[in-house]
Ligand binder design. Sequence first.
Ligand SMILES: NC(=O)c1ccc[n+]([C@@H]2O[C@H](COP(=O)([O-])OP(=O)(O)OC[C@H]3O[C@@H](n4cnc5c(N)ncnc54)[C@H](O)[C@@H]3O)[C@@H](O)[C@H]2O)c1
Length: 347
Amino acid sequence: MLQLTDADVAALLEKVDVVGTVREVFLAHAAGRTVLPEESCLRWTNDEGESCRSLNMPGLVEIDGRRIAGTKIINASLGNPDRGLARAGGLILLFDLTTARPVCALDAAHISAGRTAAVSVLATELLWAAPARTVAVVGAGALAEAHLNLALRRWSSVRRVRIHDRVPERAARLAERLGDTYRTVAFDVAADAEQAVREAELIIPVTTTTSGYIAADWIAEGAVAVNVSLDDLTPDALAAADQVVVDDWSLVAADTTRILGRMHRAGDVLPPPRHRTPDAPDAPDHRGSPDGPRKRPAVEVTAELCDLVGGTTAGRTSATDRIVVNPFGMSLHDVAVAGRIYQEFLK
Ligand SMILES: NC(=O)c1ccc[n+]([C@@H]2O[C@H](COP(=O)([O-])OP(=O)(O)OC[C@H]3O[C@@H](n4cnc5c(N)ncnc54)[C@H](O)[C@@H]3O)[C@@H](O)[C@H]2O)c1
């Protein structure tokens, strides 16, 4: 089995159009050319009392007329940054379609961060009122850097980036590094998350929090908030959004830990139109129990990203809409990007 290291992957990734690949995967998903099982998650607490987890995310996608199958195993320990290690790391295995045997193992860090940033950038471009000038990032780790590098290379519109991290030195170091590269952009280190988020046209939380802190009234009219770390927005902020867009409803609905999945279980989320059934307890016209009518869910998921990419859903309807994107994270993107890297290696 071929093994590609972090350095191999980083070099080959330069030759892959990651945003384009992610886009093609959404189109394949909309057309039913994918297999996307639920992910599995092993969680434990290590001897230092730190939370650890291992996610296993299999998937199969057909793009360019050929199928790519594999899985991403991505592990993380919250204590790793204090050990001088990246919090998360893992590998992607690609499978031979005929024999089912693994043929290639790729270090996952760059692919995982790159595809996540590409989904955020693609979703933002589909949903923003106008190209963003002010961007807020909360959390200054690997995902923040991947997002800002991709966004700033693509968007000449950005004038100001506000970064907040609960460890201020991390925000300062990231601002300094990016400031050296992107000289036309002002990088501010914000003293708190509210200062970073208020008035930003694009808000990207990339923290490790498990409890919401971004309040509804922090989000400006017309803004897009891409809820990458999945737990940063309060239930009120989700409920106040004019639109909530997810990457894949089945993954969000199956999840028991993140805020949107938990709200769904409590009957507080109306699924995207394609997944609604008239007699489902969360349907808007459901008659409820004998005790009386059920309340309308607080949050309405208006679309999945594949609908927006495929043009079957309109997206933004007004320049003042506040739009939340909740990208749970799809293995299909990791597997497709890994497949393209493998093809580049074989050239
Ligand atoms: N949705 C997806 O597809 C997807 C994919 C990959 C990673 N993620 C998530 O993105 C997040 C960031 O990943 P990373 O690799 O950059 O992590 P990281 O550990 O490298 O960085 C996280 C940073 O956030 C800061 N932070 C944590 N809680 C904070 C808070 N409440 N306020 C301000 N700062 C805070 C930390 O100090 C750290 O600097 C993780 O939660 C990860 O699970 C999501």
